[in-house]
Design a protein. Structure first.
Length: 544
C-alpha cells in the first residue's frame, strides 16, 4: 500500500493511520511522519492531543484523568499506582505520546524486567509509537524510544553509557523494585539525567510505608524533609499528609471506575497430610525439637517447614544442602524413598479441581521443585501443562504463554509469573503455597482478574492442617484480607511500618522452651496483627 501525505483524498489521514497501526513491525520513518501529522492537531486548553491521535484506541475515563493530571498538574513526574489490571502501561504510553506531540519528549528510556520488553513494544506500537528493544548493540540509538532491561543497563559497560546521556522521559515498570535506596536498581535510576519520570507499580508499599518515601525521593525530592518527617506524618495519617501523597502518586481502584468487573470467588481448602508426606513433616518437626534440646547450634528452619507444606520433593531437595546435614543425620532412613511415595494431598486436590473444571487453570508455587513435581504428577494423569519461571528467556516465556492459551490445560508458575502476564482467558488461580508478602497474592490474582476478563474468577488456597501453614494463616488472615482485594484504600497502603512477622515467627518457633511459651508468643502476634494501633506495635517490639 502506498500513501502520500499530500494526498487530496478526503480519508487519507484515516488510511495512513490504518496502514501504520496494521504494520507488523515498528517503523521509524512512518512513526516520524505520523507525529508530524499529529502535531497539526489543535486542542482546547486542558485537552489531550494524544486522545485525538489514537483512532484505534479508546482510553477509559480513569486513564484520561491520570494522563491529564500527570501532564497538566504533576509536571511529568508521577507514580502510576493503579490496581493490577487497570492499564497502567496504556496510561504511561499515552503520557509518552502526549509529550511527544507537544515536542517535550524526543528521547525516551523505558526500563522494564526483561520478560516484559516485548509486551511493552507491542503495546506502544498499537498506539503508533515506534520503539527499539536494547539488546546490547548500538542500533537503539536510531530510535527516539528505547526499551531496556534495568538488570542489563545497571551494570557496566552500559551503566556509564546511559548515565552520560540525557533523556526527556524515563519510565520504570515494576517500580516497587526501587523501594530500597541501597540497591543498584534505585541508584541507577537516580543517576539518570531526565526531565520527566514515571514509576509504574500496583504495589508501591510491600512491607512498610517507608518504601513509598524512597519512591518519593525519585519523583518529588524535597516533598518530605526526611524519612523521619514522612514516618511522623504517616503515623498521624492526616488529610495534609494525603494531599502530599496526591502530589506524587495516582492510584485508581477497581471500585472507583465505571467498569463492570467480574467477581472474585475465594475458597480456602484445608487438607490433611497423609502417608509419607505426613511422616516426613512430622519427623522434621521432631528433628528440630531434638536440635533445640541439644542446643548444638542455631539455625533457620521456618523455610524448611514451608517447603514441607508445599511438597515432599521441595523439602527433600532443600535438605540436600550442606547446612542441613545435622537435620538429615537425625532424619536418617526416612530420606530414602521411592517415586510412589511422593504423591501429596495438594497434588491430589489440584488434580481433582482440574478434572472437575472445563476451563484453564493457573497454579502458583514458590518452589521450583514443587513446580516440576506438579507437572510430572499431572502428566501421569494425562493433563497437559506448561511451566513459567524466571530462568526462561523472553522468547520462551511468550511461547509458554501462547501454549497455555492455545493448547495446554494448566500453567504452573513460580513468582516470576506474577508480573507482566496477561491471562484473561483463564479464570481459575490455585495457590499451592503462600508467599509471605500479601502484595504478591494480589499480583498473582491480577494476571487473570484484569481488563478483558469475562468470567468470574475462582481463587483457591490450598493449606495443610496441623502444620506451620495453619498457624501462619491464623496469624495473618486479619491483616492481609485474603477474602478481599489485597490492595485497597490509601490508608491501607500507607499504614505504619509493620513488624516483620516472618522473623518474629522464626524466633518463636526456634527459641520457645515449651509449647505454652510458643502459644503465648503466637497469641501475642495474632493480637498485634488484628490491631491497627501503632502503640501496640511498640509494646510488642519492646516486649520481645
Amino acid at each position: 500500500m502506498s500513501i502520500s501525505v499530500a494526498s487530496s483524498e478526503e480519508n487519507w489521514k484515516e488510511r495512513f493511520l490504518s496502514y501504520l497501526y496494521s504494520s507488523k513491525s515498528p517503523n521509524y520513518q512512518l512513526n516520524y511522519l505520523t507525529r508530524q501529522l499529529h502535531h497539526s492537531i489543535t486542542v482546547q486548553e486542558g485537552e489531550l492531543k494524544a486522545e485525538k491521535a489514537m483512532p484505534f484506541f479508546t482510553p477509559l475515563p480513569h486513564q484520561i484523568n491520570a494522563v491529564k493530571k500527570v501532564v497538566f498538574e504533576m509536571n511529568g513526574h508521577a507514580i502510576l499506582a493503579d490496581e493490577v489490571g487497570l492499564g497502567k502501561t496504556a496510561e504511561a504510553a499515552m503520557i509518552l505520546k502526549e509529550l511527544q506531540l507537544r515536542y517535550l519528549a524526543s528521547s525516551v528510556l523505558i526500563l522494564v524486567p526483561s520478560s516484559l520488553a516485548g509486551q511493552w513494544q507491542t503495546e506502544l506500537h498499537s498506539l503508533g509509537i515506534a520503539s527499539m528493544i536494547h539488546k546490547g548493540k548500538k542500533e537503539w540509538r536510531t530510535f527516539p524510544v528505547t526499551i531496556a532491561s534495568i538488570d542489563l543497563l545497571k551494570r557496566e559497560p552500559f551503566k556509564t553509557v546511559f548515565t552520560d546521556l540525557s533523556f526527556d522521559l524515563v519510565i520504570v515498570d515494576e517500580a516497587h523494585k526501587l523501594s530500597n535506596p541501597k540497591t543498584m536498581n534505585y541508584q541507577f535510576v537516580a543517576s539518570l539525567k531526565k526531565k520527566y519520570l514515571l514509576l509504574l507499580t500496583a504495589t508501591p508499599v510491600q512491607n512498610k510505608s517507608e518504601e513509598l518515601y524512597s519512591l518519593s525521593t525519585l519523583i518529588r525530592p524535597g516533598l518530605f524533609e526526611s524519612k523521619k518527617e514522612f514516618n511522623r506524618l504517616a503515623k498521624e495519617n492526616t488529610k495534609a499528609f494525603h494531599d502530599r501523597i496526591d502530589q506524587l502518586m495516582i492510584r485508581t481502584r477497581k471500585k472507583d471506575t465505571d467498569i463492570t468487573w467480574t467477581k472474585r470467588k475465594i475458597e480456602v481448602k484445608w487438607l490433611e497430610q497423609s502417608g509419607y508426606e505426613k511422616e516426613l513433616y512430622t519427623a522434621l518437626e521432631k528433628a528440630f525439637r531434638e536440635l533445640r534440646r541439644l542446643n548444638t547450634h542455631q539455625f533457620t528452619h521456618l523455610t524448611l517447614l514451608k517447603q514441607g507444606c508445599s511438597s515432599s520433593i521441595a523439602l527433600l531437595k532443600a535438605l540436600r544442602r550442606e547446612q542441613h546435614k545435622d537435620i538429615c543425620h537425625i532424619l536418617g532412613p526416612i530420606l530414602d524413598i521411592t517415586p510412589d511415595q511422593l504423591e501429596t494431598v495438594k497434588g491430589k486436590e489440584i488434580l481433582n479441581i482440574i478434572k472437575n473444571r472445563q476451563d484453564k487453570v493457573l497454579i502458583f508455587t514458590q518452589y521450583r521443585a514443587t513446580q516440576l513435581y506438579l507437572q510430572w504428577y499431572l502428566k501421569q494423569h494425562q493433563i497437559s501443562s506448561v511451566m513459567f519461571r524466571g530462568g526462561f528467556k523472553k522468547g520462551k516465556k511468550k511461547w509458554m504463554t501462547d501454549l497455555f492459551r492455545d493448547h495446554a490445560d494448566v500453567m504452573i508458575a513460580t513468582e516470576a509469573g506474577s508480573e507482566g502476564l496477561n491471562l484473561q482467558f483463564c479464570s481459575c488461580v490455585i495457590h499451592a503455597d503462600l508467599p509471605w508478602n500479601p502484595m504478591k497474592l494480589e499480583q498473582r490474582i491480577g494476571r487473570v482478574h484484569r481488563l478483558g476478563q469475562k468470567n468470574d474468577v475462582d481463587i483457591i488456597y490450598l493449606l495443610n492442617r496441623n502444620t506451620i501453614e495453619e498457624r501462619i494463616w491464623k496469624l495473618l488472615e486479619n491483616k492481609v484480607h485474603l477474602f478481599e482485594t489485597i490492595i485497597g484504600k490509601h490508608e491501607q497502603i500507607l499504614s505504619p511500618a509493620k513488624l516483620e512477622a516472618e522473623k518474629y515467627l522464626e524466633d518463636a518457633l526456634t527459641n520457645s522452651r515449651s509449647e505454652n511459651e510458643l502459644t503465648y508468643k503466637l497469641n501475642l502476634l495474632e493480637n498485634y496483627l488484628a490491631s491497627e494501633d501503632v502503640d501496640d506495635e511498640r509494646k510488642l517490639q519492646t516486649g520481645h
